[in-house]
Design a protein around this ligand. Structure first.
Ligand code: 4AD
Ligand code: MG
Length: 479
């Protein structure tokens, strides 16, 4: 007999028929006449209720049917008399496939804290919250591919191990095959990376952009979607050492077209989740509303999660330049009352408190900030005519801060080489990158969207560690 998933059973497709259900016990409750077993198989937030009459299933027969156990149930799918579910299974057989000792199983009926669940990331998938989060994440990942493929973009796999530091920020994890306890040395005592597998020092990629730019010079429109790594101090609720980034790169695009694409893309992915994972998002919205009740008034959300998502997909993002952003901050009462921890002046790197002020207090919606000072941005961004700013864009989202970083790229060989030198990059090391300017170079642009940050936005989860299955953060790489 073929197994049917809970999601399909709950839609009543096989009502009146004999069905086979397989999944994990969430709860068992009952009395001396009947037991009700709630079973979940991960296909939906909802459990399927199994009715086990005591006549057929005495206490003894159900002793191993405890929270966490894997079971197989056969029985008739019938309309439910109880409230809370439309259908239930009238069990004719129940087999325990894998026991879960109630004394040892860490997940019990009560709600567990997210901190506790992070310690048992291998089991947290079995909770309602993480089930919902990772189904939403899955839908959003699918939507990413759907969006770009519908537009004719080519999905490009870029290398994980590379010698380039795409962001020039030096936040890289070194990769080596050398025995670092006893490394080969050069005559002047340095570690001799020439004896490494690659014959040189390499690292885990911080971004697939450089390779993406190269590919865009042949396919016109490409995107990457893969893991990226940053050895920055990631002890915040917005940073991971390993995160997934989506990086589209488009030939013949300028900054405005880049911003238009990014806005359309973000809305598409959110709308897809809202339409396809409604129950999960409703559950997460409820969860956030509950959590809010324990917070002081001024920290509570002004909108429910669903209202916030609908606001984002149905309204234009605000677009301002960096210079305008600085003016807004300087003219704010917040600034006049000295409420910012970091001072504001033209040239500063916007701190998260500044970004949050702009999106949460001033505009109350996502904001695209463009044309940042060149000194705080990467070397590859196109220099504007003022000679001071670059054609950069960051997209800031309420409650999260930066979700996208991108730019029009510097396609002019001489300007690019000059900028490389001024930030200490040897142009010879990036000969292949410069070749794209040398041979058929053209105006082009792209951006990087931090996938977990958008999943955070859609699920309302406060900590980025709770939206990636196995978070890599300082002191956390066990699994
Ligand atoms: O702004 P970033 O550093 O830009 C780049 O890497 C460019 N190469 C992108 C491009 O133009 N192709 O990173 C892009 C996005 C950020 O806006 C943020 O959402 C996310 O990646 N991000 C992180 N997410 C989680 N943890 C971290 N440590 C992150 N660092 C960046
Ligand atoms: Mg950035």
């Amino acid at each position: 007999m073929q197994r049917t998933k809970v999601k399909d059973l709950l839609q009543g497709a096989e009502v009146g028929k004999e069905v086979l259900l397989k999944g994990w016990v969430r709860t068992k409750r009952g009395n001396k006449y009947v037991n009700f077993i709630a079973v979940n198989d991960g296909s939906t937030i909802n459990n399927l209720q199994v009715v086990a009459e005591a006549e057929k299933f005495p206490e003894e027969a159900l002793k191993d049917v405890t929270t966490g156990a894997a079971i197989a149930v056969t029985g008739e799918l019938v309309a439910s008399q109880g409230k809370g579910q439309a259908y239930e299974i009238q069990a004719t057989s129940i087999e325990v496939l894998g026991k879960a000792d109630p004394e040892a199983y860490p997940l019990q009926k009560k709600a567990h804290s997210l901190e506790f669940l992070r310690e048992i990331a291998h089991l947290r998938f079995r909770t309602n919250t993480f089930g919902a989060v990772f189904r939403v994440r899955n839908a959003m990942a699918f939507a990413v591919h759907k969006f770009f493929n519908e537009k004719g973009f080519v999905y490009m796999h870029t290398p994980i191990i590379t010698a380039s530091d795409a962001e020039g920020a030096g936040e890289m994890f070194q990769v080596t095959t050398l025995d670092l306890n006893n490394p080969p040395r050069t005559e002047d005592g340095n570690i001799n990376f020439e004896e490494d597998f690659f014959g040189r020092a390499t690292n885990l990629t911080v971004s697939g952009q450089m390779e993406g730019e190269v590919a865009a010079m042949a396919f016109s429109d490409i995107y990457t979607f893969g893991p990226t790594f940053r050895a920055e101090n990631s002890n915040t609720t917005r940073h991971l050492a390993e995160f997934w980034m989506i990086e589209p790169e488009m030939a013949f695009y300028d900054l405005k077209m880049n911003a238009d694409l990014a806005e359309e893309f973000i809305k598409y992915v959110i709308r897809y989740a809202l339409e396809n994972n409604r129950e999960d998002i409703e559950f997460l919205a409820q969860r956030q509303a509950e959590e809010d009740k324990s917070k002081p008034q001024n920290e509570r959300q002004e909108m429910t999660l669903i209202e916030k998502l609908e606001m984002v997909v149905n309204n234009d993002f605000e677009r301002i330049t960096y210079t305008e952003a600085i003016d807004i901050l300087l003219n704010s009462n917040h600034y006049k009352k000295k409420k910012f921890q970091y001072d504001v002046s033209w040239g500063i790197d916007l701190q998260s408190e500044h970004e949050r002020y702009l999106v949460e207090k001033h505009f109350k919606k996502p904001v695209i900030v463009t044309d940042y000072p060149k000194d705080i941005k990467a070397f590859y961004m196109r220099l504007n005519d003022d000679g001071k700013t670059v054609a950069a864009m960051d997209i800031l989202a309420p409650g999260i801060g930066e979700i996208v970083g991108g730019s029009q790229r510097e396609e002019r060989m001489d300007v690019l080489v000059e900028r490389m030198k001024s930030v200490g990059i040897n142009p010879d090391d990036m000969w292949w990158f410069l070749d794209t300017r040398r041979f058929g170079g053209c105006p082009h642009a792209g951006f990087g969207l931090g996938f977990e940050r958008v999943v955070q936005f859609v699920t309302g989860m406060g900590n980025i560690r709770d939206v990636i299955p196995f978070p890599r953060t300082p002191q956390n790489a066990e699994f």
